[in-house]
Design a protein around this ligand. Structure first.
Ligand code: ADP
Ligand code: MG
Length: 337
């Protein structure tokens, strides 16, 4: 490691540590060749691990402010741990930088620190290299219960989502327009923030009666289909039940357009859960104590193999209308270029 890299880690990253349990169990953190989490931390829990990388130009626009990027890079990882019904604890950060820009590093590390504090997770190590800007985080969580898998849904389960859907998709459209036209920052701050600074919905687990869960990163219909396929079931969704924010409804040209954002817009990082109807009230109460809404939007059924669209049907929609909408489904903006 060069003196410059050492300086970057000391100045910006060595203090990002808020998870007391992880901290207490950290035999070795930043500064050695590897971090060591003491075995006592995992005696009664499973270790849950995942990673996500954000590359400039593929996953975020070059103009994205570094504070938001610090938040988003961590939140997308926390969200994956939450959707497994686990609790996040610690993470590593692999940062690829084109140059050493102290203003950028300051903003980024402040955003990262803000999110780390919010979710109570500790930065325990990483790597710092030169190259096109990319932020890669690996996160470690723990769970004392069975994991919430995509394959866990049962026929008769209700399908529910947290928060509101489609806001980040609209925020993306606004951000893209700003990027292309170099327009002044938009007034639609709520929607832009929902795209740039998502929130992870940590707190549900199998103990609450949840059967299956996924976080909505690629759009509600696309991610729900993962649950359907993995569980071998069909979902019937009531489009009128979809939770859409007043901000999205004001932004969209029509009720139909707002609904489309809700159905196929990506990057909301809300959760889609399934559970049996008798657990509904308790789960709604739990969501309220966690500070967000849980809305039932449909139900899981046995697969009807004769149907044209076998995995998802939308009440009041023809299969061909659904197919047309889904062919416009969200893709990361530069992935296909
Ligand atoms: P070297 O590759 O020369 O061994 P390292 O890359 O291992 O140096 O870095 C030394 C220490 O700094 C390690 O503890 C490593 O985990 C930590 N570290 C490096 N980059 C980061 C980063 N971006 N965020 C947090 N810790 C980092
Ligand atoms: Mg190294």
């Amino acid at each position: 490691m060069s003196i410059e890299e050492f300086d970057i880690i000391q100045r910006y990253f060595s203090a990002i540590s808020f998870h007391q349990e992880a901290n207490a169990a950290l035999s070795v953190a930043i500064g050695d060749d590897a971090a060591v989490l003491h075995r006592t931390l995992f005696t009664s829990a499973d270790l849950v691990v995942c990673a996500d990388t954000l590359c400039e130009g593929t996953h975020f626009f070059p103009s994205m402010d570094p504070f938001s990027l610090g938040i988003k890079a961590l939140v997308v990882n926390v969200s994956d741990i939450a959707s497994m019904g686990a609790v996040p604890m610690a993470f590593t950060l692999c940062l690829t930088l084109p140059l050493v820009d102290h203003a950028w590093l300051h903003g980024f590390s402040q955003g990262l620190s803000f999110a780390a504090k919010h979710y109570g997770v500790s930065l325990i190590g990483g790597d710092t290299t030169r190259g096109p800007l990319a932020v890669s985080i690996q996160i470690f969580g723990q769970s004392s219960h069975a994991p919430l898998r995509r394959s866990g849904a049962k026929a008769g389960d209700l399908v529910a989502v947290t928060g509101t859907l489609g806001d980040a998709g609209a925020g993306f459209a606004i951000a893209k327009n700003q990027e292309l036209t170099k327009a002044k920052p938009s007034k639609d701050l709520f929607l832009l923030n929902r795209f740039h600074r998502p929130q992870a919905r940590v707190g549900f687990s199998a103990v609450d009666g949840c059967h299956a869960c996924i976080d909505i990163s690629d759009g509600f219909l696309q991610d729900l289909e993962h649950i359907c396929k993995a569980s071998g079931l069909k979902a019937e969704i009531d489009p009128d039940a979809l939770p859409l924010s007043p901000e999205l409804q004001a932004y969209a040209n029509s009720a139909e357009s707002a609904l489309h954002y809700g159905l196929i817009g990506g990057e909301d990082y809300e959760l889609c859960l399934t559970f049996s109807p008798e657990n509904r009230v308790n789960l709604e109460k739990k969501a309220a104590t966690l500070g967000f809404k849980l809305t039932v939007v449909g139900e899981m059924f046995e697969l009807d193999t004769q149907a044209y669209n076998q995995y998802i049907c939308l009440k009041g929609w023809t299969d061909s209308a659904l197919q047309t909408l889904r062919s416009n489904s969200f893709q990361h903006f530069l992935k296909t270029h």
